[in-house]
Design a protein around this ligand. Sequence first.
Ligand SMILES: N[C@@H](CCC[C@H](N)C(=O)O)C(=O)O
Length: 291
Amino acid sequence: MNIKFTKMHGIGNDFVVIDAYSSVVSLSANQIRAIADRHFGIGCDQLLLVEKSTLPNVDFRYRIFNADGSEVEQCGNGARCFVRFVHDKHLTEKNEIRVETMRGIITLTLENNGQVTVNMGPPRFNPDQIPFIADAPAETYSLDVGGEEINISAVSMGNPHAVQIVANTGSAPVALQGPLIEAHPRFPEHVNAGFMQIIDDHHIRLRVFERGSGETLACGSGACAAVVAGIKLGLLNSPVNVSMRGGELNIVWNGNNSDVMMTGPAEPVFDGELDLSRIDTQTVATQTAVI
Ligand SMILES: N[C@@H](CCC[C@H](N)C(=O)O)C(=O)O
């Protein structure tokens, strides 16, 4: 079976986007892993499926799969690429679209300057995916990571984030601590690990070791979670500019139960056609085991 795809990125967080709206596309976790593989496949941090929604007054369903094949609730950079994709492929002409995700309905707006604003909804501080947090959430929690105690803020933007403050993102132990935090036993559904450097109260630098994908050049939901954590700690004031290795995002949050708004670019890279029968799911599934 041949399927058309578009390779896109949101400040370097890259995606394979597939139109499963015009015709049904169903992919196994093994096929997604093989497509995402940077040596045996196309290569991407996440694969995005654009589907029809069955809900009233909702334009599309947006499904997100990490490079390891797992389906997840939220992807901020992907949401911006989603808007650009449905416009470029003439699936809608609306500038404001309502999209069904695993975390609920989100609203996405294509701005006149080509940037996209995503209403990421309100943050949550005692989400199901972070069960060690009691009913009265603290600002930070202590976590034993490989014998070292670190302080993290636990924030859900629909998907779970553990954010810590570091002196310098350039020298932060992302490769060392990232996998340990991601799979820490206190996060049974695993977690995205953020490393935030405060530049001033309206500007941070951020690196994120993403659940199911490893360190990416940018993470939209991670940027929102870090800004929320910084504001809750009294270190940041909205709006906040978030600099990541792939580029910049603007995040607005007015506190309490208000929605987090994220604005940034979304870029197509190329279109292609994939022959699924040539995707080598076996090699990708076993390559780690062989090593
Ligand atoms: N890159 C994304 C987040 C993708 C999902 C994440 N890895 C998870 O497992 O929750 C973003 O831009 O938000």
